[in-house]
Design a protein around this ligand. Sequence first.
Ligand SMILES: [Zn+2]
Length: 328
Amino acid sequence: MAGAGGYGTTNKNARSTAYKPNSYSTCGILPSICKPMPSIPPKPWPTGLADQLEELVIRVLAPNPSPYTYTGTQTYVVGEEDGPDCAVIDPGPNDPAHIDAIEAAICNRVVTAIMCTHTHRDHSPAASPLAERTGAPIVGCAPLVLNSDLPRADEAFDTTYEPDRVLEDGEQMRGTGWTLTAVATPGHTSNHLCFALEESGSLFTGDHVMGWSTSVVIPPDGDMGDYMASLEKLQTRDDTRYHAAHGAAIEKPRQLVRGMIGHRRQRENQIIRLMGERARTAAEFIPDMYKGLDERLIGAAEMSVTAHLIDLEKRGLAAREGEIWRTI
Ligand SMILES: [Zn+2]
């Protein structure tokens, strides 16, 4: 079995430079908000190659790097290398070259399920074309119910996603030598699922927990209270390794999640203190909370603050009058 899921691991075909996971995406939040700006690992990245991370896990990196997706979306093929069947997790963007690479990693195996953690556009659009090619069912997260009366970040969502079966928390998909259990983890999106590989103790965390970044929570679909509860939920589990949709594998998952919970609590306390000094709009928190923030990241920072404010409002700790937020 290969070690960590960085790009320097032993793999079938890829030869690439090792890198250390760093923090930082509609997926991860912009790094300089929370931590020093991460460096993207040097190329070559193993885009389009089958990268064996564990006995049962192959990673295929999609060609969609960006400040929001890091080096790109990582699709996982789960199953015995010489077994009869496998599952595909987060097929990624509808890019024919990427789908060709996934098919190469599947090799001659039957695809039992195409499983999506959530329906952001860098995760699920390849599900339908891959289903057409392989005949596999689309199984996993629910489609997002968009309410046209509310403002939403519709552009970030794959509205074409049509699952054959939605998995509830704790439901399993099984194949020869592999079992994947759905772990409901709403917050980043309301329909987010992680998938636990029972045979190895690994958890596929989608965008809920990533090693290079904290997850972006964009209201109204993104919910900070749900996100925190989903982090706490992971703390009660004994998963030994996380495979995120972006960035290297996480080998000390509980430690990372503990740090993420602490970071969000710190931000929350900062917001309460600033509201106590004077009532203000969400935008007016930014200069005090994110000193020297890159202008391009201000919008994301404001969404994150708004997600916290809505959560505080639900908990009776903040109130708003129009655009102005104040303590109670
Ligand atoms: Zn996402």
